[in-house]
Write a protein that binds this ligand. Sequence first.
Ligand code: ZN
Length: 284
Amino acid sequence: MRITKRAAMFCLCLLLVVMMGPQKARADWFDPLTIHFLDVGQADCILIKAPNGQTMLIDGGDEHDADEIISYLKKEGISHLDIVVASHPHHDHIGSLDDVIRAFPVSVLYMPNLPYDTKYYHDLFRVINEKQIPVDRAKAGVNFKMGFSVKVEMLAPKGSYYKHINDYSVVIKIKHGKKNFLLMADAGAEEEKEILSRGGVKADVIKIGHHGANTGSSMEFLKKVKAKTAVISVGRNNPYQFPSKEVMYRLNNRKMTVYRTDQLGTVIATSNGKKIMFKTNVLH
Ligand SMILES: [Zn+2]
């Protein structure tokens, strides 16, 4: 049987549509990517909305943040979370994640390989098991696309043992066109060194590690990242006095623009692949 060129092309197109699914096949070249750094006080919660409609949630605030996060996501039109990342098992990152993933269908959840014997961790796993959410190990080298234009890459953790729990943090780089975001979770100095040895850290925007604590954001690291803009997710009048004077000094020294959730509320970065715009004091 002779297959004509046209028939071959038709089959190829059909295969592509079937492989990518109707949502992913939506052309997304010109739609923006938005990254929402939710003001959840002394905790982390980041929502990523890709141009093709896919969604990713990194962390779910501390205990008692669930109502606020769920209502924010609903107002943003979220009905499904394609990817959820539990960056590491500390309560200010997974404290409300159990209730959040109970409220939305989740396609896959990534977390580092670190069983942790706390109420929050067990609560999270109870929902994962109830809803039979597939769990994948988060580690350096994991990468996937969100539509045509957004590339997501995990830069860490690389090893399987770290002295500090924070250094198990999933560090994620998001590339949209020419623009890059580096999301550090609570990574500290040891993890920064590991990431530097791997390379590819250059970014336009960095979500500063560990709420601006002086456990990380070393000058050496900031110099390699070369970001002009920093976002710090941190609570008003927090007892740890985050962000630290030392980290703020380094950011100012590098003349970086700093967006702090304790001063500016929820911060939204919108990228068209060439430029990033920021919106603050977002009330929902
Ligand atoms: Zn934290």
